[in-house]
Design a protein around this ligand. Structure first.
Ligand SMILES: *Cc1c(COP(=O)(O)O)cnc(C)c1O
Length: 330
């Protein structure tokens, strides 16, 4: 089976497992796991921020990040298909007491005019005040689309004037970095808080990080514990992340090339594929997915009429070509 359902399906390589087995560990709730500390310091540094916090999932990093910026009873604005709005099972409302309003863009892009229209200043007692804007880069349900740095800079200057904050859901920020050559620090500079995943394209089995100012991260550490996310000898997981940062970032360019091969076979203009995700409309999406499975290719349907293919570490060039041939014939 060639599994193109998601870049979360990767299995740790032998070399990654060796790094995990050799990791120095301690009790991280006591602040005594040197490998977790090293990962947090490394990732904070990559984005030019003061601190970072290791979390079990990207969803937890997002909830901690958004609730650090948005107190209960205030709102975050985001694109309509954002992961925080659609795929975190209402966590921001259920746990954070945060409400959301959205703008829509066919490629998941920032629409600053729409943000400006939606933006609600704090007038005291009538409208829900806007405390933060959240952007997703790359944008998962918009087909792995990259958000241009200029747009993020414009957002940052808008929020600076209005006294709001920027949350960047960077589950796949590594893909945006490799696809555009934009230094990670530049993404850090346009964000108050970031959430980044190790368990997607980077191929680690578990783990994400929240990245931001020292005080905010210290408060998030308390909230993580409150949510049951205080973890003990997780240096073995942090070691997978450190290994991935060393060995699995530059190679994301291969995943992007494989995605373009698949796009072409499925009648999608490869020039519209920014990174490792290809989405396209098929009225019979469920049937298409079922036929592909019979032919040995696992793909996903996102919505009734949309198919999604995702390339990753466990999809070789041969796999991509084989899958492309199979899908072209369905
Ligand atoms: C996968 C993903 C997350 C986090 O997902 P978890 O499964 O909770 O780790 C967050 N944002 C985006 C855009 C994602 O694709």
């Amino acid at each position: 089976m060639i599994d193109l359902r998601s870049d979360t399906v990767t299995r740790p390589t032998q070399a990654m497992r060796a790094a995990m087995a050799a990791a120095e560990v301690g009790d991280d709730v006591y602040g005594e796991d040197p490998t977790v500390a090293a990962l947090e310091e490394r990732v904070a540094g990559l984005f030019g921020h003061q601190a970072a916090l290791f979390t079990p999932t990207g969803s937890m990093a997002n909830v901690l990040a958004v609730s650090a910026l948005v107190p209960p009873g205030k709102e975050v604005l985001c694109e309509a298909r954002a992961h925080i709005a659609r795929a975190e099972l209402g966590a921001h409302g259920a746990i954070g007491g945060v409400t959301m309003r959205t703008w829509s863009h066919p490629r998941g892009q920032l629409d600053l005019a729409a943000v400006s229209d939606l933006f609600a200043p704090d007038l005291g007692h009538y409208f829900v005040p806007t405390a933060a804007i959240s952007v997703e880069n790359t944008h998962n349900f918009a087909g792995g689309a990259v958000l241009p740095l200029e747009d993020l800079r414009a957002l940052r200057s808008f929020t600076g004037q209005r006294g709001a904050a920027v949350h960047l859901d960077g589950a796949r920020i590594w893909n945006a970095h490799v696809a555009t050559g934009t230094p990670l620090e530049e993404y850090g500079a346009v964000s108050d808080v970031l959430a980044v995943c190790l368990s997607k394209g980077l191929g680690a089995p578990v783990g994400s990080l929240l990245v931001g100012p020292r005080d905010l991260v210290a408060e998030a550490r308390v909230r993580r514990k409150r949510m049951g996310g205080g973890m003990r000898q997780v240096g073995i997981l942090a070691a997978a992340g450190l290994y991935a940062l060393e060995h699995h970032v530059a190679r994301l360019a291969e995943d992007h090339a494989h995605a373009r091969v698949l796009a072409e076979a499925c009648g999608v203009d490869p020039a519209t594929v920014d990174t490792n995700i290809v989405t396209f409309d098929r009225p019979d999406a469920a049937g298409f997915v079922a036929r592909a499975r019979e032919e040995g290719v696992l793909i996903g349907a996102v919505g009734a009429g949309t198919v999604r293919l995702v390339t990753h570490l466990d999809v070789s060039r041969d796999d991509a070509q084989t899958a492309a041939k199979t899908l072209a014939g369905l």
